[in-house]
Write a protein that binds this ligand. Structure first.
Ligand code: GLN
Length: 199
């Protein structure tokens, strides 16, 4: 089955997600307007800057339409800033920052602190065979997970050991890290499988 996955294309690493999705057999299309959103089975919210994407979602009249699709069960995957956008609650947000929500977690923006603002580490992610190289860039972590959400992965060592960095809730997947920048498409494969299973 061919699935059409949109990538929210207001800001951030859109092209990298389009590449990864295409590599795992999905039809990937940028989404900047409501008519484009209407045409996709699922949506990726890329890494970038959540505060900017939040403002642009509203400026492009996409905030409510995306939220409505999410509430209607549209599968979505958010990496880094996209994780923040899909979180029900955010710590360290700027004034007025909103999220689309959907995943029953509390995330902390820019959580890893200055010394480890950007780092890379290997991770075990449930649903992916073998270890995944996690690239973290001013990333959030998940501080609290509600009963509806399932932890898929944590940082294994170093100062942030134990921190939750991958969560799934139904057809919603979020990661603190950016698989789209590594050339490893297994997390996208997992997401596209979730999309196929949902349709
Ligand atoms: N710090 C960014 C934010 O708060 C996320 C960084 C990223 O996506 N690489 O949105």
């Amino acid at each position: 089955m061919t699935v059409t996955v949109g990538v929210l294309a207001l800001q951030g690493d859109v092209r990298e997600h389009v590449h990864a999705l295409t590599a795992v057999g999905a039809t990937a299309v940028p989404v900047r307007r409501e008519s484009e959103l209407d045409a996709v089975d699922a949506l990726v919210l890329p890494g970038g800057e959540s505060t900017t994407m939040d403002k642009l979602l509203r400026a492009f009249d996409l905030f409510e339409p995306v939220r409505t699709r999410l509430r209607g069960g549209m599968p979505a995957y958010g990496s880094c800033a996209g994780m923040i956008l899909l979180a029900d609650r955010v710590l360290g947000s700027i004034e007025g920052q909103q999220t689309l929500g959907g995943v029953d977690v509390t995330v902390r923006r820019n959580a890893f602190g200055r010394q480890v603002e950007s780092f890379e580490t290997d991770l075990d992610i449930e649903g992916v065979d073998g270890s995944v190289h996690g690239v973290f860039i001013r990333a959030p972590w998940v501080e609290e997970v509600g009963p509806a959400a399932t932890v898929l992965g944590r940082v294994e060592s170093g100062p942030a050991a134990g921190r939750i960095v991958a969560v799934r809730q139904g057809a919603l997947l979020v990661t603190s890290f950016h698989p789209e920048v590594t050339g490893d498409t297994r997390v996208h494969q997992l997401f596209v499988q979730i999309v196929r299973d949902t349709l």
